[in-house]
Ligand binder design. Structure first.
Ligand code: TRP
Length: 360
């Protein structure tokens, strides 16, 4: 008997992601809908450099290749694991600012909020009929989120997380979903929902195509204290932080007492993490940077990282500041994105109701 572990699944997903990426390179410009992309964020707080390096830059890259793109600001998802929506309005505007500053172009990328698209949310009902409660309970993303939510009982919204996420993806017929490793089980269930919908309700016709995960090639970054990046732990550098705040954060980062800087991820994880951050901003390898720092010690390492981050983000931060002076423009971007998402969702829902015999 073969046992498929999360690691095997991840390795397989990585290999097919590489293939998908090559296909996008070759064909996206000629056949944009074949590679229609959807991804998104939960508006729970400001975006940090981890988001920038692993996801924002990649979205812009795909947009520039001619991929038709959708970005959902998943506002309803905020309350999967907490009791209040918090500063939701500010958080949503902050996301839009970072998207635009990073180079997402609202003429080519539809940026929208989940709650503003009723037809998308209505897909939840037929989709819920396609999954069992056991499937939802054993979904690793649901289990992990529950474990992280500090003893809270499992809400219906958290339990059905993969189903509403499937609606986010399938409403616009997305074929490519750039996600992190933690979201792979969700995507698997999305594929299952698409398949079951087609066979149960559409007599085998392909109403929904199965989307594919596009995993990034950026390694998982840690926070500046060597633990998981987390807004609440204050161990992250936010995109909106000033150059001085960034310098102060990096000065207080954890390192180790060895003077000579080397890139040894297993033995020196904190130093390796800092080198990786600088390397990603500089487009160099971490080992190369370590070599150049040599005996400069933690102090020189931190200077190098600070410069790399601040120079790498200077343009982004300047554009962000400029855009934030025009709140009316942000509102327009969202309203237009929402209008476009609604058109697409209305069409999909109409098809769904028609194939289910519900077009009265
Ligand atoms: N759940 C994702 C996150 O926390 C955000 C998200 C919402 C998403 N809908 C999506 C990602 C659809 C990919 C596809 O990070």
């Amino acid at each position: 008997m073969t046992i498929t572990t999360e690691r095997d699944t991840y390795a397989a997903a990585l290999a097919s992601s590489a293939m998908l990426d090559a296909l996008i390179d070759e064909r996206a410009a000629q056949d944009p809908t074949r590679f229609r992309m959807l991804t998104g964020d939960r508006p729970t707080g400001p975006l940090h450099i981890g988001h920038y390096l692993a996801s924002l830059r990649n979205r812009v890259r795909l947009q520039e290749k001619g991929v038709e793109s959708f970005v959902v600001i998943a506002d309803y998802q905020v309350i999967t694991d907490r009791d209040s929506v918090g500063e939701i309005g500010d958080n949503v505007r902050g996301l839009v600012l970072d998207y635009l500053a990073a180079g997402l172009d609202p003429a080519r990328t539809t940026i929208f909020t989940h709650s503003a698209v009723p037809a998308l949310n209505q897909l939840m009902l037929p989709f819920l009929s396609l999954v069992t409660d056991a499937e939802l309970r054993r979904n690793p993303t649901v289990k992990d989120e529950l474990a992280l939510s500090e003893g809270r009982p499992l809400s219906g919204l958290l339990l059905t997380y993969p189903v509403h996420q499937a609606a986010d993806i399938l409403f616009c017929q997305a074929r490519v979903v750039p996600v992190g490793r933690d979201q792979l089980p969700h995507l698997e269930l999305t594929r299952t929902i698409a398949r079951r919908f087609n066979s149960r309700y559409a007599a085998g016709h392909s109403v929904f195509a199965e989307p594919e995960a596009l995993l990034g090639d950026v390694p998982l970054l840690m926070g500046l204290d060597g633990t998981k990046m987390s807004k609440s732990k204050g161990n992250v550098i936010n995109l909106r932080d000033s150059a001085d705040q960034t310098a102060a954060r990096i000065r207080s980062a954890k390192t180790d007492p060895e003077r000579r800087i080397t890139y040894e991820p297993e033995r020196r994880p904190e130093v390796a993490n800092l080198l990786t951050i600088a390397a990603l901003f500089r487009g160099k390898s971490p080992a190369e940077l370590a070599e150049a720092i040599g005996d400069g010690g933690a102090r020189r390492l931190k200077e190098v990282v600070t410069e790399a981050v601040n120079e790498g983000l200077a343009g982004h931060r300047a554009r962000r500041a400029e855009l934030s002076r025009d709140p009316g423009y942000l509102t327009t971007v969202l309203h237009e994105g929402n209008a476009r998402a609604n058109e697409v969702a209305d069409r999909t829902l109409a098809t769904v109701r028609a194939v289910m015999g519900m077009a009265y």
